[in-house]
Design a protein around this ligand. Structure first.
Ligand code: NG1
Ligand code: MG
Length: 491
């Protein structure tokens, strides 16, 4: 890959590359604090970087599609605001989410490096001009985490050019926060697997927030240890298991649609958690501070018992199955939503956008709790590896898709149809992967079935799209398979 790169102006000092990922199970639960089970892909994004010039100059090998973007090295230099006297604020670069350009992902990473170092109280490097050249082959808007691949490799490049080394867990944690500057209030799965993924093995990625019992150190009750923030454990899959990733060819424009889709789901989960807390006796102000469904688990367990059954009963009894309009949430919570989200740009934007449409709370919470449970069932079935392991893994993937489609409503007709075709073609399990609303599916297939399986997808999903003129030959078909040995099977 490195030989494809054309350095701008100066000699390349460092080249960094990180992969996209496929999430095998655990969708839309990372931002609720729950573990997920992704696997790194061979598709990657590479960043070449060198000091030089007086701008952050961000180019792409595919210059026609992604034209050169230049940013000021330090927009506040002229105002005389040096890092030491910025009144406690971090890097003053701002990412303009209203005018989304591709290079914003680099800028988010750049800002993230400065923010992270200053949150650790470390001396900040002097901002200098940088020449950056990027090349990525992770399909965009495909649910394969092209965005995290560019954010994480950019962050590593900025660290490298400043001779800074950090632990993988630390990089995974701060790049997750950094990617949110682009405007999507995402969880930490993609950055974690991008940084911690390894060939030949899937990973159970877990997040260890303060106060909820860290699984690394069993401590950090007050302030999180940077090295404990994210933890990744190997998950070895049965040998015949092959995962076929197929692109529905419907692009999911997650950044552009965030406030009506992805960010709305994050808000719905938070409101569901707050109402559960309120109904289980928390005072209004405490309930309004609850941020995730994971946080209310102890309250639920005290009344309904441990385990998934108790959580689903709580959701059924405490939340209405219909739509909640804002005044109803405020009445039941006892706090205006403008106060709940004071100072938080993204949820306030969501409120503005969906004012008259309302929130679905019961279905969203039921999805999160059941999906979180399926992740551990998947890990257990993989570890068991017995005769029924393949069928068990497949059934869990099917249940995940049904839940994403019906309860979380993050599928779309094309993804549902591709999943149905995959099942008809003999997949043991098939589901959307990533945020959904377009992008890719992942199917579990026996290794020796891969060839005929891909052929069926071509005939039943891709050829009709081609005949109908909905895609061109050049776009056809992005079908890739990856087995536990990491061997790519040509599509
Ligand atoms: P994709 O679709 O790959 O961008 C997104 C989020 C994840 C996770 C999944 C849904 C980003 C960067 N990533 O992934 O954190 O929530 O959706 O499980 O937005
Ligand atoms: Mg993404």
């Amino acid at each position: 890959m490195a030989s494809d790169l054309v350095p701008v102006h100066t000699e390349v000092e460092s080249v960094y590359g990180l992969e996209g990922r496929v999430n095998l199970i655990g969708e839309h639960i990372d931002y609720e604090g729950y573990g997920v089970l992704p696997m790194a892909l061979r598709l990657d994004t590479v960043v070449a970087i060198a000091r030089g010039g007086d701008k952050l100059s961000v180019g792409n090998v595919e210059a026609e599609k992604f034209p050169l973007v230049e940013y000021d090295v330090d927009p506040n230099q002229e105002a005389g605001l040096r890092p030491a006297n910025r009144g406690g604020r971090d890097c003053l670069q701002e990412v303009d989410t209203a005018n989304h350009v591709w290079a914003n992902y680099f800028l988010a990473a750049y800002k993230g490096v400065f923010d992270h170092l200053s949150s650790k109280g470390e001396e900040l490097p002097k901002p200098t001009g940088l020449q950056v050249m990027i090349h990525g082959i992770v399909p965009l808007g495909g649910g394969l985490s092209s965005s995290a691949a560019i954010v994480c490799s950019s962050a590593l490049a900025v660290l490298a050019v400043n001779s800074i080394t950090l632990t993988k867990g630390e990089v995974a944690d701060f790049t997750c926060k950094a990617e949110r500057y682009v405007g999507v209030t995402s969880g930490g799965m993609d950055q974690a697997i991008s940084v911690m993924g390894q060939p030949n093995v899937a990973k159970l990625v877990e997040f260890n927030p303060v106060g909820l019992g860290c699984r690394v150190c069993e401590g950090h009750s007050e302030k999180q240890h940077p090295e404990c923030a994210v933890r990744a454990e190997d998950v070895h899959l049965p040998q015949p298991a092959t995962f076929v990733i197929a692109n529905s060819l419907t692009v999911s424009k997650k950044q552009e649609t965030a406030d009506k889709k992805y960010n709305l789901r994050v808000v719905e989960c938070r409101l569901a958690a707050a109402l559960i807390a309120r109904k289980l006796g928390s005072p209004s102000d405490a309930a309004a501070r609850v941020r995730t469904l994971r946080e209310v688990e102890p309250l639920i367990a005290a009344k309904y018992g441990e385990g998934l059954k108790g959580k689903l009963r709580a959701v059924e009894e405490l939340l209405d199955g219909g739509l909640y309009l804002q005044p109803r949430v405020e009445e039941e919570l006892g706090v205006p939503l403008a106060d709940v989200f004071a100072g938080e740009a993204s949820p306030l934007r969501v409120l503005g956008v969906v004012r008259d449409e309302g929130f679905k709370l019961r279905d969203r919470a039921a999805h999160v709790y059941s999906e979180a449970d399926r992740v551990y069932a998947f890990q257990a079935a993989a570890a068991d590896g017995g005769d029924s392991a393949m069928a068990d893994l497949g059934a869990l993937m099917d249940a995940s898709h049904a839940s994403c489609s019906k309860l979380y409503e993050c599928s779309c007709p094309e993804l549902d149809s591709l999943v149905a075709v995959a099942k008809g073609a003999g997949a043991l399990g098939a589901r959307l992967t990533g945020a959904g609303w377009g992008g890719c599916t992942v199917s579990l297939v026996q290794r020796e079935q891969v060839g005929p399986f891909i052929q069926r997808l071509r005939e039943e999903y891709f050829d009709p799209l081609l005949k109908a003129g909905r895609v061109t030959e050049g776009e056809m078909p992005e079908v890739r398979a990856q087995g536990p040995r990491g061997g790519g099977v040509p599509g």
